[in-house]
Design a protein around this ligand. Sequence first.
Ligand SMILES: N[C@@H](CCC(=O)N[C@@H](CS)C(=O)NCC(=O)O)C(=O)O
Length: 211
Amino acid sequence: MVGKPVLYGFDGSTYVRTVRMVLADKGIEYDQVPVNVLAGEPRQPEHLKRHPFGKVPVLDIDGIRIRETDAICRYLEDIAPKPPLVPDDARARARMNEAIGLIDSYGYGALVGVAGYHLFPDFIGGQNEAARERAITDSQTLLTLLMENRNGAGWLAGDKATLADYFLGPIMFYVALTPDADAVMSVDGVKDWWEAMQAHATFAVTAPDLG
Ligand SMILES: N[C@@H](CCC(=O)N[C@@H](CS)C(=O)NCC(=O)O)C(=O)O
């Protein structure tokens, strides 16, 4: 690796935590610039130069700048394959890829809609009851599919935690702090997955400091 990577994004970001978990597992040391999402910092000119859509994380590594959590994690997996966070088996890998796509495209918005209503309403444009109810339903729809796809496995894509779990865990962390946690976690299979996630060593050490 050429020099120390620099991670842009604060610890409170779920996607940044996903990357921090991967970096921790791979034993990669890095510097961090804590661009604060709740303070609107990703949309400041300084960060828009790094990510023109105003999102974190961004990772500078080995002379390139990588945006988008999945791309960042895949690069880290490529340069540091141990411990593996992507399954060898093609079907398990398809499940992992599918889960990441579903979480990214539909799950994040739904689950952050639930968490944000209670914990950071300004970030989601204020408290709207109809939006909250829709977010709970969409969260349940996502989790139902993810749990069906697990098909009895310990984690989302097999018997070892993969990137898919690293995407979902940090988002569920916030949902679990809300009065809607029971409704969201009532989906079959979610409670035992969430217990396993909470007991996961890297998940525990990357918890954001909520003050
Ligand atoms: N597709 C992006 C999503 C990243 C994302 O939504 N990050 C959130 C923080 S968890 C963010 O930067 N939000 C800032 C904003 O929307 O203003 C990725 O995979 O990295």
